[in-house]
Design a protein around this ligand. Structure first.
Ligand code: ZN
Length: 182
């Protein structure tokens, strides 16, 4: 092998090496792009999932301050609303949550921006104040429990008519709610 041959060989080797480096860089760039695309895809998916959990439009445009009267009678006796789960709402002692509460006087307060109608259902109100209510029970009474000697059952009355929505009934400002077990 002459010196010139050796030089030629070395040059070829360098070129090969150079070509190899180029491929390596292209691979690196491709990997970075794939990672960015995967991240964007995941971010889009996560954003859509998060958005699906929210309603397109809130139930009320802004904060409301609604009141509904609640009258619970069990076996002919008037019953106070539970006094559990105390808190302070707009500076007054209250029972429930800032959105759904009462101030120890038998009036349900709905205060704040309502996102979903189900957030202010009768069931949500009873959950908030810590009392049982459904088509089969009110407080400590279950359908079939006795009032004197007669088995009783729950009845829901909204603004003077029997209502069969039970827990799902969505409270409105000025409602007169009567729940009777007899
Ligand atoms: Zn209040």
């Amino acid at each position: 092998m002459t010196r010139a041959d050796k030089r030629a060989l070395r040059q070829e080797g360098n070129q090969n090496h150079h070509h190899h480096m180029k491929t390596k860089n292209a691979l690196k760039t491709a990997t970075v792009i794939v990672i960015i695309l995967m991240f964007l895809g995941y971010a889009g998916y996560a954003f859509n999932t998060w958005r699906k959990g929210l309603p397109d439009k809130a139930f009320t445009d802004g904060p409301v301050h609604w009141h509904a009267r609640l009258n619970v009678k069990i076996c002919g006796q008037f019953r106070e609303l539970p006094e559990s789960k105390g808190l302070t709402a707009h500076g007054k002692s209250a029972v429930g949550t800032p959105l759904l509460h009462h101030h120890h006087d038998g009036t349900a307060h709905i205060e704040g921006r309502v996102l979903r109608p189900e957030d202010i259902s009768l069931g949500a109100f009873f959950d908030a104040i810590g009392g049982k209510f459904s088509e089969t029970e009110i407080f400590d009474k279950k359908n079939g429990d006795l009032c004197g000697e007669k088995p009783g059952s729950v009845k829901l009355n909204v603004n003077g008519s029997l209502n069969m929505e039970w827990k799902n009934y969505v409270l409105k400002d000025g409602d007169q709610i009567g729940i009777e077990f007899e």
